[in-house]
Write a protein that binds this ligand. Sequence first.
Ligand code: CTP
Length: 414
Amino acid sequence: MPKNVYFYPPISWGIFMQLTNKKILLGVSGSIAAYKATFLVRLLIKQGVQVKVIMTNAAKDFVTPLSLSTLSKNDVLSDIATNDSWANHVALGRWADVMLIAPLSCNTLAKMATGLCDNLLMAVYLSATCPVIVAPAMDEDMWHHPTTKNNLQKLEVYHNKIIPVENGELASGLIGEGRMVEPEIIVKYLEDFFISKDELKGKKFLVTAGPTYEAIDPVRFIGNHSSGKMGIALAEELTKRGGDVTLVIGPSSEKISSTIKVEKVTSAAEMYEACMVIFEKVDIAIMSAAVADYTPVAIANEKIKKKEEVFTIELTKTKDILKSLGEVKRKNQFLVGFALESTNEKAYALGKLKAKNADMMVLNSLKDKGAGFGINTNKITIFDKAENEYHFETKSKVNVATDIVNTIIKLNNA
Ligand code: CTP
């Protein structure tokens, strides 16, 4: 029987789209970053969002209302009154699930901080009953001005949410802080905003991450370049959705949020022991650690001295944690493995899925640029037990974690 092959776009577009059918009122104010509003509207519409755009007059110098009305499939609003019709700012604010102002210019920020109502955008903002999220954009010196800081603090006091600016090239040609974040990041922010904090409530997870170090003597070990970033991102994504997560992590210098239970281990044997105990109590286990396959037969008690010309260390296989969990897995437990391959990727990944009795395998190919150890991005393909394939574009590890968790939820509930 032919297997299904699914392809997903480069944004964090899960199988469950968090934003589908959401109503977003997008305010665009006058900043060079206004051109990014077109990309933003496109991404939102692709996710099934209903978008209505309000522009300030200054924004029209940077992007045309026609572009935004075409992309949003709705008239773009700008004026409180046109000819004999009046834009109902109260109804607009009540229609939206969220009002997003992106880009937020210095001028509109100042008006929001003081409640100055001299255009439609401000009238809607002041009467909006929905949450308001802003993505500021300005040049570095404006960004660092004390007035800007004061205004932003006021916005926070008024319960508006602020998407932090980026550091990068600015319209002035300077490099610094003040750049509006890219539309993909705004979409991710909105997805996180709408994620149900209770989606995974009551579910228990085991996640492994990082490398293992296999001691040779008191000062040396065999290790690998895994940073632990992918596993930490998974643990954080699960926690954000209400999951009860235990992270078993090998030596890693990455920061881990304090809301996650962490068990630190060093060797493959220690990771095995920890996982076998924790697995009994969890519903889902995700094995993203880069566990050493071999470990020295004996660890020297003293530092090994440099004597021989050619030095050999005898190695023995470590216990395969994923395989061991697969052997004791109960019917209602769901087991996820990772496969890092450089050739015959699909065949190896499916082979590991079957041999280790996993329910889902996440494949990283070393052939893909943007995937692998130490970097912030990853590119994955997921296989399920029925050999269906889910292909994803290169994304940040945080967004990849969203895709993996969405796929686990889909397959586990199927
Ligand atoms: N794994 C494990 N215990 C080991 C080795 C690997 O639990 N001792 C897990 C990894 O965490 C991963 C999966 O098995 O989820 C596949 O790991 P990988 O290193 O790609 O495969 P191996 O089975 O070790 O095979 P090979 O190294 O020959 O590709």
